[in-house]
Design a binder for this molecule. Structure first.
Ligand SMILES: [Zn+2]
Length: 428
C-alpha cells in the first residue's frame, strides 16, 4: 500500500483521535460576540501545528484574539503549488443554554449517532478534520513539494477581518480552501457589505421653527434629517428593485441582491427638528460583482436623488462603508467569490472527492457568506469546502455527522497530497 493510501485509511481507523481534537476545540467557548476569548483555543491549534513541523506565526488582531498561521515548507517550494487551508476559530453565540439537549461546550455523541457541540458544524469540525488529515499525511511520510499554510483566524462570526489581516501580513498561495460549513459542496458565494448613510444639518432648529421651514412665506430653508432620509430610503428601494429586475446569477434566486435598511438612528429630542439621521444598510451582491462596484452604484444613485432635492443638494448624504468588525466599528465586508469551475485545483479536489465517495460532488453557490471572498479579493483562487450543514450551524443543538467529518478529512488528505505535489507551471 502506498503512503497516501495508508494515511487516508488511518484517518478512518484513528477517527477517535480526530474527535478528541475536536472535543478540545469545542471545550473552548470562543463565542463571538463578545469575542476576545480565543487565546486557549488558538494555543491548541498552534501547538498541534508546531508538533507537525509547521513554523507557527501567532499575531494579535484584537487583545484576546490572535490569528495563528502555520507554514510547512515544501521540499520544492519554488516549483510546486502552494495551498492555504483557512478556518475561523470563533463560534456563534449560545445565549440561553437551557434549550440545549447536550452541553454546548462539551463534545457529546448523541443517541442518534451525531456529534453535538457549539461549533462542530461552523466550523471547528472543519478545522479539526483538516489538522488531522495533515497529521496523518505527516505520520505516514507523505511528502509535499509545495508549501502548505494553515490559517486559524478570529472574528468571522462578528464580521471581523481575521482573514483579511492574515492576507495583509503577506500570506499568499496558489489556491485556498476555506473549510467553513458547506456540507461537502464545493462553493462560491455572493458578497455582503454594510454601510452608513448619514444626513446632517449644519444648523439645529427648535421644534417651534418647523412651521417656518415647511409653510408658505416661512422663508427658512431647514429640513428634518429624518424626513430627508425617507427620500434616501425610497431611492434605495428603487435601486433594489432595478437590481432584482436587471441582475441575476446562476445558483441564486432572483432578487437575492437586496439592500436592507436595517437600522435607523436620528433626532435628538422632541423639542428640536432632527438635525441628524443615520441609516445602516446591508447590501447583498452577486459573485461577479465587487463591493467596490456596489459602493459606486449606490453612491451614484443616492447623489442623483439628493441633487433633485432643494435642501439635500446643498447638504448631500455622507457615506461610510464596510468596516473590520461589527463589534468595534459597526461595519463589515464579505467580498464575493466567483468559483473558477476550470481551475486545476478544483478539478483535483473533485477527483479526491470522487475517489473517496464514488460520486460527483455538488458544485454550487453558498446561500451565506464566509471568509472565502477575501482570497478572491486578494487575487488568490479559492473554494468554500467544508463539513457540516448550515441548518445546524448557529442553531441550538448544533451537530455534525461524524462519518462526514472523517470523509472530509480523507478528501482533504488526498487533495493536499495531490495539489502540493503538482508543478506550478504545469497546472494540468
Ligand atoms: Zn463559519
Amino acid at each position: 500500500m502506498d503512503r497516501l493510501t495508508e494515511a487516508v485509511e488511518s484517518i478512518a481507523n484513528r477517527k477517535d483521535e480526530l474527535f478528541a481534537l475536536l472535543a478540545k476545540l469545542v471545550s473552548q467557548p470562543t463565542v463571538s460576540p463578545p469575542a476576545r476569548n480565543s487565546d486557549e483555543a488558538q494555543s491548541v491549534i498552534a501547538s498541534q501545528l508546531a508538533d507537525m513541523g509547521f513554523a507557527v506565526d501567532r499575531f494579535q488582531v484584537y487583545p484576546g484574539d490572535d490569528n495563528v498561521v502555520g507554514r510547512l515548507s515544501g521540499r520544492d517550494s519554488a516549483r510546486a503549488n502552494s495551498l492555504i487551508v483557512n478556518g475561523h476559530i470563533d463560534v456563534a453565540e449560545v445565549g440561553d443554554e437551557t434549550g440545549w439537549t447536550y452541553p454546548p461546550f462539551s463534545l457529546t455523541l448523541g443517541a442518534d449517532g451525531r456529534l453535538y457541540g457549539r461549533g462542530v458544524a461552523d466550523m471547528k469540525g472543519g478545522l479539526a478534520a483538516s489538522l488531522f488529515a495533515i497529521q496523518m499525511l505527516r505520520e505516514h511520510g507523505v511528502e509535499l513539494a509545495g508549501d502548505l499554510l494553515f490559517q486559524s483566524v478570529i472574528g468571522e462570526e462578528a464580521g471581523e477581518a481575521g482573514t483579511l489581516v492574515a492576507i495583509e501580513r503577506g500570506y499568499q498561495a496558489d489556491y485556498a480552501v476555506v473549510v467553513d460549513t458547506s456540507n461537502l459542496h464545493m462553493q462560491g458565494q455572493g458578497g455582503v457589505i454594510t454601510g452608513w448613510i448619514t444626513i446632517e444639518s449644519p444648523t439645529t432648529l427648535h421644534d417651534g421653527m418647523r412651521a417656518q421651514t415647511i409653510h408658505a412665506g416661512g422663508r427658512v430653508r431647514g429640513a428634518s434629517a429624518i424626513e430627508k432620509m425617507m427620500k434616501v430610503i425610497s431611492a434605495l428601494q428603487e435601486l433594489e428593485r432595478d437590481w432584482a429586475v436587471m441582475k441575476a446569477y446562476p445558483g441564486f434566486p432572483a432578487g437575492s441582491n437586496t439592500i436592507n435598511p436595517a437600522v435607523i438612528e436620528g433626532g435628538r429630542h422632541a423639542a428640536f427638528i432632527a438635525d441628524r439621521c443615520a441609516l445602516w444598510i446591508t447590501v447583498h451582491f452577486y459573485p461577479n460583482e465587487s463591493y467596490e462596484q456596489m459602493i459606486g452604484e449606490i453612491e451614484d444613485h443616492i447623489r442623483r436623488a439628493a441633487a433633485a432635492d432643494v435642501w439635500l443638494r446643498e447638504h448631500p448624504p455622507v457615506f461610510r462603508w464596510g468596516g473590520r468588525s461589527m463589534i468595534e466599528e459597526r461595519g463589515e465586508i464579505f467580498p464575493s467569490l466567483e468559483l473558477d469551475a476550470n481551475h486545476p485545483a478544483l478539478a483535483q479536489l473533485q477527483a479526491a472527492y470522487e475517489r473517496e465517495l464514488h460520486a460527483a460532488p455538488v458544485v454550487d453557490m453558498s446561500p451565506t457568506v464566509t471568509d472565502a471572498g477575501w482570497f478572491a479579493h486578494a487575487g488568490i483562487p479559492a473554494v468554500l469546502f467544508g463539513p457540516g450543514e448550515l441548518k445546524h450551524a448557529h442553531a441550538v443543538d448544533e451537530s455534525i455527522d461524524p462519518d462526514q467529518l472523517v470523509q472530509f478529512a480523507q478528501i482533504m488528505a488526498r487533495f493536499i497530497a495531490s495539489w502540493c505535489n503538482t508543478p506550478k507551471e504545469a497546472k494540468e
